[in-house]
Design a binder for this molecule. Sequence first.
Ligand code: ZN
Length: 252
Amino acid sequence: MAEKIRVTVWSEYILEKEYEHIAAIYPKGIHEAIADIYREEAEFEVRAVTLQMPEQGLSQEILSQTDVLLWYGHMVHEQVEDEIVERIKKRVWEGMGLLLLHSSAQSKVFDRILGTTGEVRWREIGEKERVWVIDRSHPIVQGLPMYFDIPHSEMYGEPFEIPAPEELVFISWFAGGDVLRSGCCYHRGAGKVFYFGPGHEEYPIYYQKEIRQVMKNAVRWAAPGRGVQVSFGKTDALEEVEIFSPRKNSYR
Ligand code: ZN
């Protein structure tokens, strides 16, 4: 059997301890509920970590043993140390996959890796969200219907302050009339990054079967391939070539 995909799920783990109605949905914390999605399949090796753990859950050792990192941040984005964010960015450049979930759009990790604020318009009244598949041949939509509904969701609406997605996989429509680019793919260095909008902690969204399918597909998509070794910087010509203009300066 092929090597397992090593998945690390990170969350703040704060609201589940503060609010009973959230703990009722995610009694072990949202990170453990997300990790359970991957524990259903033998192809994944999973660990769940939180902000309260040593090195905020993401030591260099843990990150170097991670093929795909899932990030669920919400209330305390600013508490995440810059050094940890830099570590994550470097691992993405090296090829680690990254799934940015729901309110993680406003996190430091999102900002540092994708370069924008991830701001949205939002509304929290438990309205219906309809998730439409936009890219029907994309690996992340395998096994899904043309659209699916989340009965109760938090509205995240456009304008959504993100870089134009390289691949737009989902658009969500909300009962209140708003829309969101809710499934967006990017490449950064050798790494693949997927933003997925649904996931508000007050509703049991991560237990829904279509959501679980998306989450599994997205990790499979984001897992590093064998890739190609590359080099950067000054390089000699590969072919014999007449030197028209020898380098005269030394400023670089
Ligand atoms: Zn939310």
